[in-house]
Design a protein around this ligand. Structure first.
Ligand code: PLP
Length: 351
């Protein structure tokens, strides 16, 4: 793969306070850019991170042919940059692209491009526990003719951002029974930009009621739990790990799938099935709901401490040290940072 590299004249890393990292605010020196024009992909380039010019008639900002991904790079104890299951993000990006009627991205542009970018900016990867280099591929239409039709020109950009975990404290979530995130037959399974725009008002209203996030329910009846914000959700009910089964209205999380795999390997009973609001509320009421958490690349594993339903607020039991969430959080982080052996072939060494 021919990737041209034009290096930044000087690094900006010294402008970033690594002791005060948040999420999505600081950006590394370089970005990857690949264009689709004249019916084919052009060779990708790595260039200094920075703004680019767009026309007011650029179609992505009108009609939303825009999708993205999120993954993270970590440093192993030996100092090697590691990616966690990047091929899963590649596959999901093309699933999203197909649903949004966008050309598939060739594997070597995505995979080799990201490896080259992370390799070049590897000194931006934080080494402190809980911090990482977030990688954001974003792919959008670039036509300047604003008819509502699939575009002919597209652009893939990938940039990276040193960050800490998305949530700093245990979450209070609200079971949402009015607004919907995604409907059957829609684009909920795609990482489409508009899914996130549509979630902003309901999330803001929930924030105003004191909740961090929403627990979405199905659009048809608001009866079954779907997912939460930018996370899938899991519950430990009695001794069983229960999580909503995938469908076309939920994003198939890489973290979700990894946790299910490991939990089954540990001999835990795992159920991927419909979870009704009634079942969840009853389990919270009678104490059989032991743990609840969100799973995602940005959020890692986000402990849910309280669940709001109509006028009630359920406080979940304190977590014992051997709780599933504590064990799986440690295991996943050790795996991603190369502290334990990768028995699954999930970790990719960029060097
Ligand atoms: C809506 C939504 N659900 C779930 C997830 C979790 O997916 P993953 O574990 O692949 O990050 C994300 C984050 O990408 C998301 O945006």
């Amino acid at each position: 793969m021919n990737i041209s590299i034009s290096k930044a004249t000087k690094t900006r890393i010294h402008e970033v306070d690594y002791t005060k990292l948040t999420f999505g605010r600081d950006f590394s020196d370089h970005m990857l850019v690949a264009e689709y024009t004249n019916g084919e992909w052009q060779d990708p380039k790595i260039v200094p991170f920075g703004p680019f010019e767009i026309s007011p008639s650029m179609t992505a900002i009108h009609h939303g042919q825009s999708i993205f991904e999120g993954m993270k790079a970590f440093k192993s104890p030996e100092g090697n940059p590691l990616l966690f299951r990047p091929y899963e993000n590649y596959k999901r990006m093309n699933l999203s692209a197909a649903r949004m009627c966008m050309p598939a991205i060739p594997e070597n542009i995505f995979m080799d491009g990201i490896k080259a970018l992370v390799h070049l900016d590897s000194n931006w990867i934080p080494t402190e526990e809980g911090k990482s280099l977030y990688i954001r591929p974003v792919y959008f239409s670039f036509d300047t003719v604003i008819g509502v039709k699939p575009a002919e020109n597209y652009r893939l950009m990938v940039f990276t951002s040193p960050c800490s975990a998305y949530y700093a404290e245990p979450l209070n979530v609200k079971i949402e029974r009015h607004y919907s995130r995604a409907a059957q037959g829609g684009v909920g399974f795609a990482k489409a930009a508009g899914n996130y725009g549509g979630a902003m008002l309901p999330t803001k209203l929930a924030n105003q009621e004191g909740f961090h996030q929403i627990l979405w329910t199905d659009a048809a009846h608001h009866e079954y739990i779907e997912e939460s914000g930018s996370m899938n959700v899991m519950f430990v009910i009695d001794d069983t790990l229960v999580t909503p089964a995938l469908s076309d209205s939920k994003l198939a999380g890489v973290t979700r799938e990894s946790i299910i795999y490991i939990a089954r390997m540990w001999g835990m009973k795992v159920e991927e099935r419909q979870i009704s609001v009634t079942e969840l509320v009853e389990a919270a009421r009678n104490g059989s709901l032991k743990e609840a958490f969100g799973t995602g690349t940005a959020a890692n594993l986000a402990h849910i401490a309280k669940i709001g339903f109509e006028e009630e607020l359920f406080t979940l039991p304190d977590l014992p040290s051997h709780s599933f969430i504590n064990r799986i959080s440690t295991y996943m982080m050790d795996l991603k940072t190369g502290k334990i052996k990768d028995a699954f072939g999930w970790v990719v060494n960029v060097n």
